[in-house]
Design a protein around this ligand. Structure first.
Ligand code: FMN
Length: 337
């Protein structure tokens, strides 16, 4: 029976996560809070709290509030450059958080050991094969490989290429979850057949009924097509821009104008390099919150992946997961004929 085939392909990932299906709800700053995280875990997936820039006391409260809404396992996503990383790890330990996802670059010295000591399973993003091997050698339990189709901060390589480079080499060594650009179950089936233990989706969950994202943020997602979700563009080699995929809006245009203005002031000697780079870095400060919470989708940062075109309506998390699984089953059934 095909149901068994999907279940079989997901068995390792689901066992690793302690969930029914091997689908992680990718942590999204401001969006992945108690309600969405608990809803994903309650629907059989694996929700992940986005700690983002939260101070330790807020993470403490968010974990407790999430636990009050679900008795299923969920994870916490920590950004490695958070100034209070050690304290955040200790808080996860005190709550007995079963899985911690480390995002934002290679984990700093000591963080993996500190997490191991809490008993948590550690999941890291691997941007390339060599780094994936290095992370596994350093004691990481599982990997997410995320391609540039994804929403939010992105690397330069497509999901399809990362999957081909990394899954054949490492899928046996550790559970690997594929992320970036997944909007339908057919893609989930494909990555599972290539050896993935499961998948991680972010964009697809933004418009869940349980998501607290502002109605204007959800509306922007429902209206958008794949081509509207663009990576931020750097226009001057001296002024680095961290690539972020978001829906293009007035803020995107203003950011380009800002880079031009700062570059001109740099040329004239009105700014030194450090001050110029700081102006660029600070342009988007607080912008995701403005879009997600305040609903300012014109000047805020509407982070979204290319799969946004497949988000057609607001619907409960349970329905989203049910649809994805039905599509994956149907694809596996077709493939086995
Ligand atoms: C609005 C938004 C915010 C995000 N914030 C974070 C974050 O704080 N930490 C993180 O590791 N990933 C973040 N991501 C990436 C997601 O966790 C996930 O890996 C990604 O959305 C998967 O690709 P997809 O959008 O194509 O489904 C964010 C994505 C979006 C769309």
């Amino acid at each position: 029976m095909q149901q068994d085939r999907l279940t079989a392909l997901m068995a390792r990932g689901a066992a690793f996560l302690g969930s029914e299906v091997a689908v992680l709800g990718g942590a999204m700053s401001w969006v992945s809070e108690r309600h969405l995280v608990a809803a994903i875990s309650n629907a059989g997936g694996f929700g992940v709290i986005a700690c983002g820039a939260m101070p330790p006391a807020l993470l403490d409260a968010e974990i407790a509030a999430t636990r009050a809404l679900t008795d299923r396992p969920f994870g916490v996503n920590l950004i490695t450059m958070h100034p209070d990383l050690a304290e955040l790890i200790a808080i996860c330990g005190r709550h007995g958080v079963s899985h911690v996802v480390l995002a934002g670059g290679l984990p700093p010295a000591g963080s993996i050991d500190a997490l191991k000591a809490t008993g948590a399973r550690i999941i890291c993003f691997a941007p390339a094969l060599a780094l994936a091997r290095k992370l596994l050698r350093s004691g990481v339990d599982a990997l997410v490989i995320e391609g540039m189709e994804a929403g939010g901060h992105i690397g330069p390589v497509a999901t399809s290429v990362l999957a081909q480079e990394i899954l054949p080499e490492l899928a046996e060594a550790a559970p690997i979850f594929v992320a970036g650009g997944i909007g339908r179950g057919e893609a989930i089936a494909t990555y599972l057949e290539m050896g993935a233990a499961g998948v991680q989706l972010g964009t697809r969950f933004v418009c869940a009924t349980e998501s607290i994202a502002h109605p204007a943020f959800k509306k922007a997602f429902i209206r958008a097509s794949a081509r509207d979700a663009v990576a931020s563009v750097q226009i001057d080699p001296r002024l680095p821009v961290i690539p972020v995929r978001a829906l293009k809006n007035a803020g995107t245009e203003l950011f380009t104008a800002k880079q031009r203005e700062v570059a001109a002031r740099l040329d004239k000697g009105e700014l030194d390099m450090a001050a110029a780079q700081l102006e660029i870095e600070h342009f988007w400060a607080g912008a995701l919150r403005r879009a997600v919470i305040d609903g300012d989708v014109e000047h805020g940062s509407v982070m979204a992946g290319q799969s946004v075109g497949m988000v057609k309506a607001e619907e409960p998390v349970a329905d989203i997961i049910k649809t994805l699984m039905a599509e994956a089953r149907a694809a596996l059934a077709r493939n086995s004929v």
